[in-house]
Design a protein around this ligand. Structure first.
Ligand code: SF4
Length: 317
């Protein structure tokens, strides 16, 4: 008989689809909303150049679908998926750029508009760790009493030297404070981590797993570093290919297993890889493998090695 892990099933990591199914009683699809937020690391408030891997062409402050309100954007997505899956429920996903970077009163209007769309059962807000406040969290905690709210933070690294190198213009302490402030008001958090950032060794990256494991973080999204066209990183890479050591697919699979083994089993894994459109991607190309194919390889490797998330996790508390 298959081993049942502490997250209640035999899959060897605490996976997001199962968590969502248990939480909402069925499938829930994220629908992206873009209302044209900017970013303080672009407009001069924190920095002007942006993070070195941020795509300058895609980054269009003020962009949103012309004439499309939050309601229009969500309804379009809901209609599309409901035709195929009539029982499906939806999350309003404020995804692009820094979705808390506006006065709280303006944000409140946008978020309340989103949750009033029929069949929206959850609100997910992507932002930077240095762009939240007590006032904002009080407003979100109020929404969270009615429908679940998750804040997604771009953490990227737990190492301040790396954060400086990639020009994030925030510190790890900002990330720690943001996650703790959300936990204090009962709001779920997701953290993005990029694996393979300049200057980070395997040991540095495994330290991220240990540090993150001690935080009240609900879920994580892991990404391998990719070189995307029209970024500062692409320019640096063109003149100095040794600036970063990009993962081969095989090395990434081995590394992810080691990362998972150290990770707190309570943390839900939303994503293991990011696969950018081939027309934008410079490297690594990994034979154009799709996200689900890579996840299947990770699952197979976990079984073959008879290992699982948290196998070597040791809580310090
Ligand atoms: S915080 Fe996000 S949107 Fe802003 S520069 Fe960095 S990657 Fe781009």
């Amino acid at each position: 008989m298959d081993k049942i892990f502490e997250w209640g099933h035999s899959r060897r990591y605490n996976d997001y689809p199962t968590y969502i199914k248990n939480k909402f009683g069925g499938r829930v699809q994220k629908i992206s909303v873009n209302v044209g937020f900017s970013c303080p690391n672009r407009d001069g408030t924190k920095g002007t150049g942006g993070c070195i891997y941020c795509d300058n062409i895609t980054f269009k402050p003020g962009y949103c679908e012309p004439g499309k309100t939050v309601t229009d954007q969500l309804n379009r997505g809901v209609d599309f998926f409901s035709k195929k899956y009539p029982d499906m429920k939806f999350m309003a996903y404020f995804q692009s750029y820094t979705n808390t970077y506006a006065p709280v009163e303006n944000l409140k209007k946008l978020y309340y508009e989103a949750i009033s769309v029929p069949n929206i059962v959850s609100l997910v807000i992507g932002t930077r760790p240095d762009c939240i406040s007590k006032e904002l969290l009080e407003m979100l905690a109020e929404i969270n009493r009615n429908i679940p709210v998750t804040i997604e933070f771009g953490l990227e690294s737990t190492n301040d030297k790396t954060l400086k190198e990639i020009n994030r213009c925030h510190t790890w302490n900002d990330s720690l404070n943001a996650i703790k402030m959300c936990a204090d008001v009962g709001i779920d958090t997701c953290g993005h981590i990029i694996l393979g950032l300049p200057g980070e060794s395997d040991s540095d990256m495994l330290t991220h797993a240990k540090i993150i494991s001690e935080l009240p973080l609900t879920s994580i999204k892991l990404h391998q570093l990719q070189i995307i066209k029209n970024t500062k990183l692409a320019n640096i890479f063109a003149s100095n290919p040794n600036y970063v050591k990009l993962f081969s697919l095989d090395d990434y699979l081995v590394f992810i297993i080691r990362f998972l083994e150290l990770l707190n089993p309570k943390i839900i894994i939303e994503r293991f890889v990011s696969v950018s459109p081939i027309e934008k991607l410079i490297a690594p190309k990994w034979n154009r493998m799709k996200n689900f194919e890579i996840v299947a390889k990770i699952e197979k490797a976990l079984i073959n090695n008879d290992t699982w998330q948290g196998k070597y996790f040791q809580s310090k508390t």
